[in-house]
Design a protein around this ligand. Structure first.
Ligand code: NAD
Length: 257
């Protein structure tokens, strides 16, 4: 890992702005399981429960999902998870003026909680922290909806139109939010290199961003435990835990010569 870290530090120090592209692996050290890692969610939960058609047609799936948020389990809006040193290292890059932005597939809100301003983050798959009516598009902080549940509502419904209320997290079968996608591509254009962290880079269309950057000759540096689908395009691969590797890498990038 040491050699790869130094090579990446040297390369990124001399590049222009960097795009951070993050996946579930950056948050495992905060206690949130990933999907496809060895202890990932897919080893315990049926992926079909994460499909929009099941969510819309099965009140029990909705009730179960909202109960998890209310009780603070997993990545829910009331969970006690906190950002880790990997999230903090990305904030250091931003504060030093070296980050074009952070495009994340994560729905846990931890980049914002770590201190990145909202204009620096594109949450491609939405967030557990915001909720929306599927019929009239009214929105609320998720905590507001959880208060309705605390007051006795079993499965949240819209107070205006009685529509189905869901967090803004993108389920299978849903399209990505336009505003976040266009902000992500703007950040990618501004950046001269991409640092992909804790992602198998196998979920499309999100992975198209590091893919396009790499094939247009912008260096792709990967920090991950295990293989990714874009390893063949990487300039440098750092095999290791994000919470250890990222602070060390950012220190090298920001160190005076
Ligand atoms: P993924 O589950 O496909 O892959 C995560 C990768 O990170 C794996 O290769 C794993 O081995 C690696 N990893 C795990 N811990 C690591 C660590 N500490 N340091 C470095 N690497 C580590 O994740 P993905 O590519 O982001 O795609 C999964 C999808 O699931 C995303 O679309 C995302 O929306 C969603 N998801 C989000 C969260 C979250 O918000 N925290 C959690 C689970 C899944």
């Amino acid at each position: 890992m040491e050699d790869a870290l130094h090579a990446a530090g040297k390369l990124l120090k001399g590049s222009g702005k960097i795009l951070a592209f993050t996946g579930a692996g950056i948050s495992t050290e905060s206690g949130i399981p990933d999907f496809r890692g060895p202890n990932g969610v897919w080893t315990k939960v049926d992926p079909d429960d994460f499909h929009i058609s099941r969510y819309l047609t099965n009140p029990e799936v909705r009730r179960r999902g909202w109960k998890l948020h209310q009780s603070g389990e997993l990545w829910g809006a009331r969970s006690s998870v906190r950002p880790n040193s990997g999230h903090e290292a990305i904030v250091d890059l931003w504060e030093a003026g070296r980050l074009a932005g952070c495009v994340t597939q994560n729905i846990d809100g931890l980049h914002l909680e770590a201190g990145l301003p909202s204009e620096a983050v594109a949450e491609l798959h939405g967030s557990t922290r915001a909720a929306r009516c599927m019929s009239c598009s009214a929105t609320w902080p998720t905590e507001t909806v959880l208060v309705w549940m605390d007051e006795g509502m079993e499965t949240p419904e819209c107070p205006h139109c009685r529509g189905i209320v869901k967090t803004t997290t993108v389920l299978f079968g849903e399209t990505l939010p336009d505003e976040e996608v266009s902000r992500a591509w703007k950040m990618a254009e501004e950046a001269q290199a991409v640092l992909a962290i804790g992602s198998t880079l196998s979920v499309w269309p999100a992975a198209e961003i590091p893919y396009q950057m790499a094939v247009t000759a912008k260096p792709l540096i990967i920090v991950n435990q295990g293989a990714t689908d874009l390893d063949h395009l990487a300039s440098i691969r750092i095999e290791g835990a994000a919470g250890q590797a990222l602070p060390a890498l950012v220190k090298l990038i920001l160190s005076p010569d």
